[in-house]
Write a protein that binds this ligand. Structure first.
Ligand code: NAI
Ligand code: MG
Length: 352
């Protein structure tokens, strides 16, 4: 008997519910008549959590998310909760912390269908397919002391060997399943934490003899992402640098409405979400690009459930929609969220 997987659904705010509906429609279509069986548990979270339960991360939401096999989130936040005592975004930070999600994994892939949309020249953009593995729960955003005084301020960047080691293993293991190449990002010519980062990287690399490794300063990496994006496979970076590099990487795909992400810890469910926010400016108009959420569903199928073929069918269907110009206004088209979704639902339902 096949096990029924539980998926926690955090439908989010503003365009969140619109694109979540699209993602779930594609999930239902692609898994129909397959052995993959699942059960959805809708949980209030973010602004929706504040409205329904008075907290961006209600205790019951955390408990049920923790007990699920994977967590699917659209996007949260927006002006409606600007004056709330706790903001929706605090719910996300609290959820990541509670689940120990220390690795944030963001693919940047410029499919053939997307090459023409990239701000890079086609010959540079073509065959770009890398993954940024960003340390998410330590480094400059969490170090103590943190001081803001009248005439000075302090932030602290700190890393433990154990924190570096576990993110390195995540990245190297990922590279083993890909093109066997890792780029270590740091600023080890200046920063002590980066010297440690590089030392631990060298040690961990010995466990993965088949994986080739480059060591790169973050400033050189910022150039590399736009100058030779197709040469990277897995990029492992500390929190602060990863925040910046992953946004730069998103830009070279030419569309924020395309990119999924996964946050994962040592055990327990991973959290899947598009990289963009809740887009209050276009909410309720039926024109949000659902492709990011649909790619997010594909990533979940592949990474949490090992359903590589189903994931592949979803990704191929999205590429087909782009090639057919069935795209929303952010991608220069006129299609609605609904029309794009219906196209992709039909495409994944057709026999391959
Ligand atoms: P945003 O990513 O929501 O929007 C930036 C621009 O991209 C807007 O013009 C928006 O219309 C467009 N856009 C984003 N996703 C789109 C999609 N799927 N289809 C078409 N266009 C899309 O960033 P912004 O405006 O800075 O933030 C809005 C709210 O989202 C804020 O409350 C912010 O805190 C929150 N946010 C939440 C995140 C999350 O849930 N992880 C991440 C980033 C922001
Ligand atoms: Mg960012």
């Amino acid at each position: 008997m096949t096990e029924i997987k539980t998926i926690a659904v955090l439908k989010g705010d503003y365009i969140g519910p619109e694109i979540m509906a699209a993602g779930l429609a594609v999930l239902a279509a692609v898994t129909k008549n397959t052995t993959f069986q699942y059960r959805l548990v809708a949980l209030p979270f973010g602004g929706d959590g504040i409205d329904q339960a008075g907290d961006p991360l209600p205790a019951a939401t955390l408990a049920q998310a923790q007990a699920s096999d994977a967590i699917l989130l659209s996007a949260i936040g927006g002006p409606k909760w600007d004056q709330a005592p706790k903001r929706p975004e605090q719910g996300l930070l609290a959820l990541r912390a509670a689940l120990g999600l220390y690795a944030n994994i963001r693919p940047t892939r410029i499919s053939d269908a997307l090459v023409a949309r990239s701000p890079l020249k086609p010959e540079l953009a073509r065959q770009t397919d890398f993954v940024i593995v960003r340390e998410l729960t330590s480094g400059a955003y969490f170090g103590e002391p943190r001081v803001l005084a009248e005439t000075y301020a302090i932030d602290t960047m700190a890393y433990q060997v154990s924190e570096i080691s576990r993110i390195m293993h995540k990245g190297f293991r990922l590279a083993q399943r890909r093109r066997q190449h890792v780029t270590i990002v740091d600023k080890s010519n200046v920063l002590a934490t980066s010297k440690l980062w590089r030392r631990v990287a060298r040690e961990v690399a010995q466990d993965y003899p088949a994986v080739t490794v480059d060591y790169t300063y973050v400033d050189a990496m910022a150039m590399g992402i736009i100058a030779r994006p197709a040469t990277f496979d897995v990029i492992i970076t500390p929190n602060l640098f990863g925040d910046i590099l992953s946004d730069e990487a998103a830009q070279i795909t030419g569309s924020i409405g395309q990119i999924p992400s996964m946050s994962i810890g040592e055990s327990g469910p991973a959290l899947y979400e598009p990289i963009h926010g809740s887009a209050p400016d276009i909410a309720g108009q039926g024109i949000a690009n659902p492709m990011s959420m649909i790619h997010t569903v594909a990533m979940m199928l592949s990474e949490s459930f090992g359903e590589k073929q189903l994931a592949q069918r979803v990704t191929a269907a999205v590429a087909q929609a782009i090639a057919a110009q069935v795209v929303t206004p952010d991608m220069g088209g006129q299609a609605t969220t609904e029309a794009v979704t219906q196209y992709i639902v039909a495409a994944v339902t057709q026999p391959a």
